[in-house]
Each structure stands twice: as structure tokens, then as C-alpha cells.
Design a protein around this ligand. Sequence first.
Ligand code: NAD
Length: 449
Amino acid sequence: MAGVAVGGREEARLALEAAKRAFPVWSSMPAEERSEVLREAARLVRQRRDEIARLLTLEQGKPLKSSRSEVLSAADVLDYYAEEGKRNTGQWLAGPHSRSIVLWQPIGVAALITPWNYPVDLLSWKVAPCLAAGCTFVSKPPSLAPLAATEFVRAVSDAGLPAGAANVVHGPGGTAGAELVESPISRKIAFTGETATGRAVMAAAAARIKRISLELGGQSPFIVCADADLPAAAASAAHRAFSNMGQICVSVNRIYVADEVAEAFTDQLVSLAESLKIGDGMQPGVELGPMFSSQQREKTKEHVADALERGAELLAGGSEPEGEEFSRGFFFRPTVLGRADHSMRVMREETFGPVAPIMKFKSVQEAVALANDTEYGLAAYVYTGSLKTAMQVAEGLEAGGIGVNVNSVIDRQAPFGGWKQSGLGRELGRWGLEAYLETKHIRVGVWKE
Ligand code: NAD
């Protein structure tokens, strides 16, 4: 058992005030010195990897190996921004009677609000550029998975930050989270979570025209063309649909497969789904742990039941695994559905569970139209052997990240974010740093001969 103090509006306000007091100290440090602190933070996170990863598996459910990778990835993000922060250079422009200097300066105090599916990694995407830019922050980890995120911030704070530069407040989104968004102290809101919550955050931030970044829900399509490398496509789809029990914003949610290869692809996906080892995430060799909560598992079951009622065919999974070892924990078998169509919730809503519905297509144009038939636009994937098809499909897909013959659209150096209802703004790369900077133009009159 572990516990955290539950904060509310007052605790959030106190934390914001601490961050405000620390801002002049941290923002006026040379970027080189801030970089050294971030490097030390990365070192401490790596040193405490096992302790943070253990907490992450115990509170979230993912296998220990995945938790360790998540913690190491967060350390890498800190290292990346230790360097990127040094590249915040200005511009100089010469006018006929003046000179213009353009600066990018830290916005001020940032509120960092994160979800439970990658509580450490997603927080690092905010903490690292925020600090590298010279901002201070108050973070609010997810209410049901606060431990690993808190230990991550503790490691960052131990690296030599001025007192009050890094803060954590625990508590419900509706009180502690809302105060972080509404308070006049926070100048920037970086939020990752559900689209519905993002809308509420955006509306509250509008009252003070705050700078916001929103990383919201997804409903990602995966297109398998007739000329695709089928074993690679099937392995890739299985991995991205089932890992972390499908509780990933860029998870594969809908598979569109060319008619002529549908049977072969489906057979391979089904056998991969059935071969994955489910169990306690603390045990070695386990590939899929339990789902995060009973609510998440119920929603997944409802989506599967809805699809079956509407004519889908159950090809794998669809229920809890049997056996004593699965009696505690929200386990669910990776599920493959055939004959899916767009009347089904699983094809339209974000299931956030390990379900891979398959629909056949006749032409690549049809596949792109089906892929875009959604209010979301976070990630989309295509597998094909043709460069021409790859480019045509990639340019036609409405999403912030397109994976061509690869099942991840995440690269620390590249922008990550959503189109349509999947978000606003970008994280990672130089775009992630810009999100914490304001532009200033200094115009200097020059004496004319
Ligand atoms: P959620 O929206 O329920 O909660 C996210 C965070 O917001 C939590 O810390 C919560 O306490 C807080 N919150 C809730 N109401 C708030 C309010 N009114 N004001 C301020 N803060 C508030 O999301 P979740 O269930 O924790 O996470 C799952 C969702 O996150 C999924 O929809 C998933 O797609 C999305 N997600 C998106 C990305 C991305 O990068 N686009 C990444 C991971 C997860």
C-alpha cells in the first residue's frame, strides 16, 4: 500500500506561488548552467531507474521491462533538452532606420497535467523543455497513478534546481487541476489526457488567453496494402494494438487490409495475439500486464460486445483469461475482430483497450477515405512495398504523425501532436521547446548620418 496527500485548490495555489518565486532565479541562469542541471537530472533518473520502474509497474500494471524503458526514455528526454535549450538563439534584422532584435523568452510558470498510461514519459516531454526554456512548473500527476511521476520530479528537483522551481500537487482534476489551469499565476498549460477534458481545459484557459498545448485522444488507422511485407505488418500491428494493453494514444485502433491479402494477414495477426504472454507485470517474461482499472476493462468489453452485436466476428480473445493467477487484476485477452465496419463503436471511439478490428478495402483511395473518417487525427500507419503508394497515402492521411512501414510516430527530435480533435500544438524536438517560449521584438532606432 502507498498513499499520497490529496491536495485541492489551496495546495495548487501554494505550489504555483512557489513556482512564481523561483521563476526569476531559474530563468535568469545562463542556458549552459540550466543544461548542466538537466544533465544531472537525467543521471539521477537513470540511477533511480529500478525504484521508479517498480512503482510504475505496481500502480499502472505494465510489465517491469516496459516500465524500465519508460524511465530510461524520460532520462533521454532530459538529456535531449539539456542540449536543445542551448540552441534558443535570437535573430537580428536590419531596417533602414532601426535594428530589430527578436528574442524568445520563457513564458513563466507552467502547469503540467498528465494521464496515467505513461505517467513518467509523458511528464518528461513537458518537464524537460519547460525547464530548458527557463520556465518553472507545477505538475499534477494522474490521481490513480501518482507515485512514479512524483519520484521522477523528485529526481529532477534533486539535481540542483532552485527551491520551488519544480512542484508536484496531487489531487482531483476538478479541483487541484482546475486551479492550475484557472489561476492567473500559470501562464502556460501543457495538458495530456482525454479529448473531453482537453476541451474543458481549453475553455478555462481561454478566460485568460493562456498559452496551451493539448495532447488528446486518438483513433489510429493502420493500412495494409496488397504489396506490404505481411509478416512485418502483422507483427507491427500486433505490437502497437496490444502493448500496454492498448492503453496508448497512438495505439492501432482500426486495421484496413487489402482484400487480396486479408486472409493471410488476419491469420498471422490472430496467431500473434494468441501467443502473447499475459500475467503479473512484476514477473519476468510477461508481455501484457493487467489493464489499468476495472472501468477501462468494462469499456473495452462494451466496445467488443457492441461490435459483435453489429456483425463483427470474434477471431481471438474477447474475454478475461482463465486461471487462478488472473483472479486479481484487470486482465483481458488481446482481441482480434473480423468483418468490422464504421457502425461499430470500436471503429469510431477511443477504446483504450487491446482490441484490433479488421476491415477489408478494395482500393488504396478507399482505405485513405476510411482512415480519415474520424474526428481524431493523432497517428496513422501504412504498410506498403511501393514508395509511390507510401507517399500518396502519407500525404492523404489527416494525422499529426504518419508511420510508413513502422509502427511508431515518436522520435525525440521530431514534432509530436494531433490534428482535428486530437490536440493543439506540438511536443518533442525544437517544437517542444518553442511551446514554453514567448516572442519579443526589440526595435532599436539607429542614428542616421
Ligand atoms: P483524463 O483527461 O481523465 O485526465 C488527464 C489529467 O487531467 C489527469 O491528471 C486528471 O486528473 C486531469 N484533469 C481532469 N479534469 C481536469 C480539469 N477539469 N482541469 C485540469 N485537469 C484535469 O485522461 P486519462 O484518463 O488520465 O488518460 C487517458 C487519455 O489520455 C486518453 O484519451 C488518451 O488518448 C489520452 N492521451 C493522449 C496522449 C497524446 O499525446 N495525445 C498521450 C497519452 C494519453
